[in-house]
Unconditional design. Structure first.
Length: 400
């Protein structure tokens, strides 16, 4: 059986590479993945026994459903995100982006290709499993909205009810041929804030007649770094970064307002809530000290992506059956990227894997969202085989 999975994946390898290149040439931003969805739907429709649903997630979502021939059973969902980024590609490859200022710099073209490959493999093995597989091609991952739309508008986790959900991301710091799985949190809680400090503008020569919002902003900036360093439990991962501060136009004019935007991250929602309170507290106190006013919006975003222990064991064993013993390992180190896969995995047990794309040539050269991000194409077919094997193990009731 494992051999069948590997062989069928090998047979479709060239096709997967071509699909991924086609997607790569036509990158589209979150929730505008029109051509991308067409390519995916067209490919799914050619797969025997596949039922295809288009225009999901209020636009460019595509879902394929495949039933096993062994009768009713559980339902498992595998998900790919499909959106690209507002980045000008700097790679010189024959299949480089044809859309100016748009690039698949997060590898979602590869994610779509390997889930299509999973569908191709499993379509050939329907005699071997019971139950249902949902292949979900989710738009709008980068904007954080696509998963919620699929759940709330399309009820993707129902009809039939999904019992487990899996996904993977192409990961530059894991070697090609290997898969890493986070011991607990695959991604952190993403959040952010926007702050407008309202002072009193006037002539730069008479600051005592004004309330300089830039002075207030500088003090808030410094205080926030201290608060995050010292007021939160030392062992908790957390980040507060200020990415934008805007105020004023001229050196001799004190502006009325200063705006500040930042990102906040943690793994625990309780820490996110504490950071939000600290931001409010610091802002209220420092603006009061300067007799300034403020408008503050803190968004503590979605949950972290937490891997289910039983599903971690299943993924690791399924991956090693395909890639070889020792080629799937558990990652203890946390990181604080965000992924709206948490919308699914907070509702049903799931696991998120990091598929290695690092090679001797590329390792250390780029990260996600880099204009020179590239995929090691040789991982597409093996990853499709890993997903197919995982689905078969799950639906057969194999547990590790
Ligand atoms: Zn991304
Ligand atoms: Zn991504």
């Amino acid at each position: 059986m494992k051999k069948d999975v590997r062989n069928i994946a090998k047979e479709v390898e060239e096709e997967l590479i071509q699909i991924r290149r086609r997607l790569h040439q036509h990158p589209e931003l979150a929730l505008r993945e029109v051509e991308t969805a067409e390519i995916i739907a067209e490919t799914l429709k050619k797969i025997p026994a596949m039922t295809v649903y288009e225009n999901m997630a209020e636009g460019s979502g595509v879902v394929g459903i495949l039933e096993g021939k062994k009768g009713p059973g559980k339902c498992v969902m595998v998900r790919a995100d499909i959106d690209a980024l507002p980045i000008e590609e700097q790679l010189d490859v024959e299949f480089r982006s044809q859309n100016p200022g748009r690039m698949h710099a997060c590898g979602h073209d590869a994610h779509a290709a390997w889930i299509l490959g999973t569908a191709m493999v499993l379509s050939g093995l329907r005699e071997e499993f019971c139950g249902t597989v949902k292949f979900v091609f989710q738009p709008g991952e980068e904007c954080g909205k696509g998963a919620t739309a699929l759940i709330e508008k399309d009820h993707i986790l129902e009809n039939p009810h999904v019992d487990a959900v899996f996904a993977a991301h192409a990961w530059p710091t894991v070697r090609a041929g290997q898969i890493g799985i986070a011991a607990k949190y695959a991604f952190g809680c993403p959040g952010g804030f926007s702050l407008k400090i309202i002072g009193k503008g006037g002539h730069g020569s008479w600051p005592y007649q004004c309330i300089n919002p830039i002075t207030v902003a500088m003090q808030i900036y410094s205080a926030l770094q201290g608060v995050v360093a010292e007021n939160i439990d030392s062992v908790e991962p957390r980040v507060i970064s200020i990415g934008a501060i805007h105020a004023g136009d001229a050196g001799n004019i004190i502006p009325d307002t200063c705006t500040m935007n930042g990102t906040i991250r943690a793994t625990e929602m309780s820490v996110m809530k504490q950071i939000a309170e600290e931001i409010e507290n610091v802002t209220a106190n420092i603006t009061a000290m300067h007799k300034a006013n403020y408008e503050l919006h803190v968004n503590i975003g979605g949950a972290a992506v937490e891997n289910d222990p039983e599903m971690i064991a299943l993924c690791k064993a399924s991956a090693e059956e395909i890639l070889g013993e020792g080629n799937c390992y558990i990652i203890d180190k946390k990181h604080l990227g965000g992924e709206n896969f948490s919308e699914y995995s907070s509702r049903v047990p799931g696991c998120y894997m990091f598929v290695g794309i690092g090679t001797d040539r590329t390792e250390g050269k780029f990260g996600l969202h880099s204009p020179i991000f590239e995929i090691a194409e040789e991982v597409l077919a093996p990853t499709a085989a890993v997903f197919a094997n995982l689905v078969l193990n799950y639906l057969s009731g194999n547990r590790y």
